[in-house]
Structure formats: C-alpha cells, structure tokens
Design a protein around this ligand. Structure first.
Ligand code: C5P
Length: 400
C-alpha cells in the first residue's frame, strides 16, 4: 500500500527523533517517497543531514533557505505535496500546538497548509502522556479526524517505565499500510482478471497460441491493487511477474482458464477479461511428439468456452464486468455487439490499426463503450496509464 505514496514525515523535538531515521528508511523500503520537515528542536536530536541523506531530499526546518538573499521555503507547496503527513515523533508541545493552530515554526506552518490527512505518533514521558491536558489534546485531534498511533509502554529515556515510547518504526509502517488500505477506494473489493494468451496443445510440443503478452492485464492488476482491491490474476503462459500481494493462478489452456475463472468470479465484485483466449482447441491431442511424416494434413478443431460470455451469464446484481475487444479494423460496431452479447458493463476497444496499440507493446490506445451508450476515447498512453483510466472509470461506475 505504500508503493509510490508520498509521505511527508514531520519530526519534532523528542529523544524518539532518532527512530525517525529508521522510520524514513522503513517507509521507503516499502515503496514510499519520503520528504522530511523538522521543528528546530528536533534538529538538536538528529541532524537534517542524516534525514536528507537517507531520503535523498532536502530537509526543511526553517522558513528561510538563505537569510541573506531572502529565499524562503514554500510551506504551502510542501503541505500540498504529501498523500499523508505523518508526525513522528509528536511531542506534547506539538500536539498542543496542533490543537490551538499555533504556527510558530516551519513544521506547524506546513501542518496548517496541508490538505492531506495528518497522523500523529506521540512520544513523551509517561506523566506527560497521561496528563489530562495531553489526553484532552489527543481527544480533540481525534475528534477532528487525526488518527493517533498509540505509543508503546516500556522503559522511557527518563528512566521511568510506562506508556509514552513512540511506536517502533516497523509498527508505524505497518500501521500506515493498514490505514492506507482502509482509505483505499476499492478496499474490500475482490477483482478477478484473466490475462495473457492460452496455449492449446496439438501434441507434446506444439500448440495453437497467439501473441498476447499479458501486459495489459498485469498493469490492471497493479493499478487495482494500488486502489485497495484484492486482486486475483488468472494468467495464461506469460513472461511477467505479478505485483507482490496479487494472487496468481497459472494456466495453460482455455479450458483450464475457464475453470479457474468461473470459481474466482463466483466470489468476485469485478471481473475483467483481458486474456486473448484461443477460440478453438485441437479435438485430439497426441501425447507424444508427432514426427514429420505423422503430421495430419489438417488439425480438427473444437470450440473453447467463452469465459467472458459465461461470466456475463452468471453475473449477479452488484457484480461488474469489463471486457476487451482487439480488432483489426476500427471495430466500434463489433465491440458494441460484444458488450451486449456478453452482458458487460463496459468494453475496452483497441485496434491494431492504431500504432502502439494491441499485443506485446508497452503502450495502448483505447476507446471505452459503456452499456448505457456513453463512450470515452483516449490518446496513446503507456499500459500503466491506460490501466489508471480503466480503474478510474470502474470506480465511478461500480455499484455502491
Ligand atoms: O469475442 P472476442 O474474443 O473478441 O471477445 C473478447 C473478449 O472476450 C475479451 O475480453 C476476452 O478476454 C474475452 N474472451 C473470453 N473467452 C473466450 C474468448 C474471449 O473470455 N473464449
């Protein structure tokens, strides 16, 4: 969930500030981009140089970059940059300043400028934490929608024992991932995606197949997972690695893909068929390798199941279905027929007439036709960007 997330890390003046270096590292290890703002007192516990080196970004703790030239640091720009503003450690002083809206240092100015969610991980001595003023401040922040990452109990820097230690960096990173998952627009939604080609054997070594790479289906898996969905890919023979956390079922033939897809769709909220399923298979498959002189003059074929059409037949109320149509002409009429015949919510058309679209490429140019007659035409884009467009439309149209 932290992949590509922009986390603004606010560090305030507590001895727990030393753990902020590990926290920045851990967030980055999980894929986040981290930028740091510090209060002046935090810089006495850990140097901006440490954080700047670890994050690869300048660290901000002052309103001015260069007092002589009058260059100033744009707290508004930083406040708008993050997907989340995590203040860890958050001292009793900072919590109080957040409640009153005090703006007496750069970090507090960023706090007032930020539009993203602000999260605090308090750190202080046990009596300071238990003090009714601190507890009232935490309650006020919570009422305003600021989540609090509870401090741990244990040995404190003062020598006392009790609750007040900032949560450990790994635990904070876990908390952030859980929280992001819950915030994600497709949290709790199950998606099943068919991807790649199918291979239909003729003998032990030969098969009927096609040039599908599976890239579009895998890009969609990545994008839908980032939007919080629980994604199950059913992939034919492809040379791709699934994004971590995505469940993958590897299959070879259309019949195998059909079987796995029907089981998965029964539990799914969304079904997306990107696979280029072979429409026919060899009627008889020879178990050994046919020698040249044994080759039949023709291979007798029989029809494969149409997976998407079967999903359409079994579609229950609330389930959402997306199909793809790859056409060698402009293909709009044919795509619209498939949309109807297969009982889809929308169909994505790509045409081999468009350069950079279709099988194998890293780009695609699509048009989308909705069942209610609306259409959307997109420019040539990377398959990752196409996946974003498709995901956005699914989120808009998905029944609540
Ligand atoms: O009919 P056509 O093969 O062009 O339909 C394309 C759509 O139907 C795609 O979404 C494709 O994944 C799906 N399909 C399928 N099973 C088949 C054939 C196509 O799921 N046997």
């Amino acid at each position: 969930m932290l992949q590509h997330k922009k986390i603004l890390l606010g560090i305030t003046g507590s001895i727990a500030a030393y753990k902020a270096a590990l926290l920045a590292r851990e967030l980055q290890r999980r894929g986040a981009v981290v930028r740091v703002v510090m209060t002046p007192s935090a810089t006495e516990f850990i140097t901006p140089l440490t954080l700047a080196t670890l994050t690869g970004h300048k660290v901000y703790s002052d309103f001015t970059e260069n007092k002589d030239s009058g260059e100033w640091t744009n707290h508004v720009e930083l406040g708008l940059w993050g997907d989340a503003f995590l203040i860890a450690p958050a001292t009793a002083q900072t919590l109080s300043a957040m409640v009153s809206g005090t703006c007496d240092n750069f970090l507090m100015a960023v706090h007032l400028s930020s539009r993203c969610p602000v999260i605090v991980a308090p750190a202080m001595d046990l009596d300071m934490f238990q003090h009714s003023a601190t507890q009232a401040n935490l309650q006020t922040l919570q009422n305003r929608g600021v989540p609090i990452i509870e401090p741990d109990s244990g040995a404190l820097a003062s020598g006392l024992e009790g609750k007040g230690r900032m949560a450990e960096p790994e635990a904070i990173a876990d908390w952030m991932e859980d929280w992001l998952q819950k915030q994600a627009p497709l949290n709790g939604k199950k998606v099943v995606i068919t991807a790649g080609p199918t291979h239909e054997p003729i003998d032990a070594v030969r098969f009927i197949g096609n040039r599908s790479s599976g890239k579009m289906g895998f890009a969609l898996a990545q994008e839908l997972q980032s939007a919080g969905a629980d994604v199950h890919l059913i992939a034919g023979p492809v040379q791709l690695t699934a994004p971590s956390g995505v469940q993958v079922t590897h299959v070879e033939t259309a019949v195998e893909m059909h079987k796995a897809a029907m089981v998965a769709f029964a539990q799914a909220d969304i079904g997306i068929a990107t696979a280029a399923v072979a429409d026919y298979r060899a009627k008889t498959v020879v178990s050994n390798k046919l020698h040249r002189d044994e080759m039949p003059p023709a291979v007798e074929l029989e029809e494969n199941p149409d997976i998407l059409a079967d999903w359409g037949k079994h579609k229950k109320s609330g389930q959402f279905l997306v199909g793809f149509a790859l056409e060698t002409d402009q293909g709009e009429d044919s795509a619209k027929l498939k949309l109807k015949r297969k009982n889809l919510d929308f169909i994505v058309l790509n045409s081999t007439m468009d350069q950079g679209a279709g099988f194998g490429t890293d780009t695609n140019k699509i048009s989308i036709f909705e069942k209610n007659g609306k259409s959307h035409i997109f420019e040539l884009k990377s398959k990752a960007a196409v996946a974003q467009d498709i995901t956005k439309l699914i989120m808009t149209l998905l029944p609540q």
